[in-house]
Design a binder for this molecule. Structure first.
Ligand SMILES: NC(=O)c1ccc[n+]([C@@H]2O[C@H](COP(=O)([O-])OP(=O)(O)OC[C@H]3O[C@@H](n4cnc5c(N)ncnc54)[C@H](OP(=O)(O)O)[C@@H]3O)[C@@H](O)[C@H]2O)c1
Length: 335
């Protein structure tokens, strides 16, 4: 029988936090105690889980005492300050923010890809959950890396508004229902309705935005390929949920399409949907609310026989955040 755990969720009322609750319920995650944390605005709210109502709390000294595990999903600054305190209190801190991802002393984990970095023998520590766009990309790349080797990866993303949290989701819904031309965007730099915005985060001097830099650096770290050429271009689109990516991947050798398809379809966590002539390929609307990473439209570049194109879609709040975090916890406590 699985040991019941005392679990904290920081950011329990947010997009990722609410999905944590859904998944803890769906997966019958054994909970002895839940401590949901949010901002002062949420004081008085209760979170229902597995038949019990747990009052929302605010963070304060000693708030993690006695917990086994704390999921963090409320931004970089809060994680920076509070995740080390959770570990000091004896808990594992699984962090959805970007605060520790590139810290050389912190593991950055996608269980299907480098899950060996956390085991039942691991000691309480911060474990970083990668960026949502990175997670689905590395799941699709890992079997190709293991079987054929990777020379270069290029990715262009089409990211849903839920990736910007509740504020992003509400902004598109509001613009959709109040369809005028005088929108005052708050979460996004421009009106997102009927638009595509080639900016996610802030720009560096090389012309890359922060989301692109995260994908490039985190992909190398998770795959353990320091020298892999990775180039990313990220775009926000008016999809509500689930991120889509077009990926150009150059393998180290020339292989057949059958070999590529077999390699992808055999990998845990990937579902192939690839009958393009029947208009069958993964779609954000269908993938939203599902757990796997969906791959389709796999075809070879006519100019370079080692280069393959594919379309990769996954729920950014499930596999891209909460599900990946819960899978990390399951690996530590129940493997
Ligand atoms: N959305 C995604 O696809 C996604 C994917 C991967 C990673 N992430 C990361 O996950 C984190 C949360 O994202 P989200 O999309 O869930 O954002 P969100 O919907 O804006 O939720 C933010 C959460 O943080 C809470 N919060 C704000 N200030 C707080 C404070 N001082 N103390 C405790 N809690 C506080 C909010 O509580 P109130 O409700 O009380 O304001 C809310 O629960 C971010 O680091 C984000 O980068 C998001």
């Amino acid at each position: 029988m699985k040991r019941k755990l005392k679990v904290g969720v920081v950011g329990a009322t947010g997009m990722v936090g609410q999905t944590f609750m859904k998944l803890l319920e769906e997966r019958s995650f054994p909970i002895q105690e839940l401590r949901p944390f949010a901002s002062e605005n949420s004081l008085g709210k209760k979170i229902d889980l597995q038949g019990t109502s747990w009052p929302v709390q605010v963070l304060k000294e000693g708030c993690f005492d006695g917990l086994d595990l704390v999921f963090f999903s409320s931004g970089d600054d809060i994680s920076k300050e509070w995740a080390p305190k959770a570990v000091k209190a004896g808990a594992f801190a699984v962090d959805n923010s970007a605060a520790f991802r590139m810290d050389p002393d912190t593991v950055l984990v996608v269980p299907e890809v480098n899950g060996n970095l956390v085991t039942k023998d691991s000691k309480p520590q911060i474990i970083a959950n990668p960026n949502c766009s990175t997670i689905q990309l590395v799941v699709a790349l890992k079997p190709l890396l293991d079987k054929f080797g990777l020379e270069e990866v290029r990715v262009s993303t089409y990211q849903a508004v839920s990736g910007a949290g509740q504020g992003g989701y509400d902004e598109l819904m509001e613009q959709t229902s109040n369809h005028k031309d005088d929108h005052q965007p708050k979460t996004f730099p421009h009106t997102i309705l009927f638009n595509c915005i080639p900016q996610i985060g802030s720009f560096n001097d090389d012309g890359y935005c922060s989301e692109e830099v995260k994908i490039m650096k985190e992909t190398r770290k998770i795959l353990g390929q320091d020298k892999l050429k990775v180039s990313a271009f990220t775009v926000r689109i008016p999809a509500l949920n689930a991120h889509s990516e077009s990926v150009w991947v150059t393998l180290n050798k020339e292989v057949s399409r059958d070999q590529v398809m077999a390699t992808l379809s055999e990998f845990k966590g990937i579902v192939l949907q690839d009958e393009p002539k029947k208009s069958v390929y993964p779609l954000a609307r269908d993938v939203s609310g599902k757990d796997p990473v969906y791959v389709g439209r796999v075809h070879r570049d006519p100019e370079n026989p080692k280069m393959w194109l594919m379309w990769v879609v996954s729920d950014n709040i499930r596999k891209g955040a909460a599900l990946n975090g819960i899978q990390i916890a399951e690996q530590i406590f129940f493997s």
